[in-house]
Design a protein around this ligand. Structure first.
Ligand code: HEC
Length: 129
């Protein structure tokens, strides 16, 4: 019994240390999985547009500026620059962030998923610009 009482805090401390060291890499890895939600319509390769515009270099980019993609008037008018906060708001609730935009996606309810996804986008060439 005494042994277990001592072991538990130690275990917690060790897992906390491990978690701290691995958070960043894990977030990106998790974010890559979360990107499954977007992959049907977006790539993170520069150039190719799909149903949605390429998300390469999206962080720091002005909205509706990928060459050759036909954006909705709402997206063109939005005046947004995709910093991490703007992206988070848009991914969480696209129609609230940019009313009448044409992205057929309902939104991502879990803030942790959103944060990890943005970590992935930043890592995967999302901050190339
Ligand atoms: C079913 C297709 C579809 C899915 C799924 C989808 N998108 Fe989109 N996305 C679009 C379309 C279409 C647009 C252009 C919207 C417009 O012009 O109003 C767009 C626009 C965007 C933009 C603005 C890009 C720019 O150049 O201004 C971002 C950022 C974005 N999507 C991110 C995401 C993310 C992140 C996900 C996954 C959580 C996602 N999208 C899921 C189709 C999709």
């Amino acid at each position: 019994m005494i042994r277990e009482k001592k072991a538990l805090p130690l275990l917690l401390a060790v897992s906390l240390l491990l978690a701290l060291g691995q958070t960043a890499a894990q977030d990106v890895k998790r974010g890559e999985k979360v990107f499954t939600d977007c992959r049907a319509c977006h790539t993170i390769d520069p150039g190719p547009n799909n149903v949605g515009p390429s998300l390469a270099g999206v962080i720091g980019r002005k909205a509706a500026t990928v060459d050759g993609f036909r954006y909705s008037p709402a997206m063109k008018r939005s005046g947004i620059t995709w910093d991490k906060d703007a992206l988070a708001a848009f991914i969480a609730d696209p129609q609230k962030a940019v009313p009448a935009n044409r992205m057929p996606y309902a939104g991502m309810p879990d803030p942790k998923d959103v944060a990890d996804l943005i970590a992935y986008l930043a890592q995967a060439g999302g901050s190339a610009k």
